[in-house]
Design a protein around this ligand. Sequence first.
Ligand code: F6P
Length: 324
Amino acid sequence: MSEIKNIAVLTSGGDAPGMNAAIRAVIRAGIYHGINMYGVRRGYSGLVTGEIIPMDAKSVANIIQRGGTILKTARCDEFRTVEGRKKAYENIKKLNIQALVVIGGDGTFTGADKFIQEFDIPIIGIPGTIDNDLAGTDFTIGYDTAINTVVDAVDKIRDTAESHDRLFVIEVMGRDSGLIALRSGISTGAEAVLIPELTVDYHAIMTRLDKSRANKSSRIVIVAEGDNEGGLVVGEKIKENFPHYDVRVSILGHIQRGGKPSCMDRVLASRLGVAAVEGLLEGRRGEMAGIIAGEIAFTPFSKAIKHINEVNTNLTRIVEILSL
Ligand code: F6P
């Protein structure tokens, strides 16, 4: 029997579609197992300032389909300090909260790891970020919705590119990771995808694009924001060196973080929310709940936060082969 009777959940870092579905799953799984459940507002900031509220099954009704996070989120500088974390600990002590579920990305788990080391509080993480840049899970919550948003936007831009015979450079999010760029590039038939994990050779790329000039009137070049140069610079370079293209640059920005979560993100969030609570009750701590090859898997925070720098070269090859 677990000693844990009170659990709080928070969302931290960038919001991601499906975070609400994860909050709902955590709260309801806790209640199902007889636990008193709490929500922390504004991520770690709310722990530091004591914005912690009791939550019941009804408080998470009708949110599975909503984007953003009802608990709000923040990137909290104070929690990066020992003093901040001490205040946070005092606040959860006051309410006798014995364990936490934190939903977020690498920054969230780095903070959680420090908190565990200093105050010995059980914490389980749930991967919630559009970037899909965590080890220990095939997909993070929000990634599927975000890439579908990108695909929808790029399809629309393609209509203009095709009508005007233009080359569009489209910058997508992903921080240091090219995974949003790569997958959305394949599914929109992009002619080239530039990602931070691989060095860019413009001449090779543009020469390849030029070869297929007879076959095509439009070109889409997807650039991951973490690429050394970003969309604007890439656009300028193409204009300078290949003046025969009519170039436009489009930066998709935060549209990628919003909107209704996809079915895949809702199911992923629901599975991981239940797994996180049950993991805590089984005595797990300091781990992220993820899904690998269809099965729930727990990975220590220290491993989960290691960025995956290895690119699946099968995917980059596919872009090249199919852009003839
Ligand atoms: O981590 C999610 C993400 O959207 C990244 O893709 C992006 O680099 C970053 O957050 C933007 O953060 P902010 O909304 O704080 O500017």
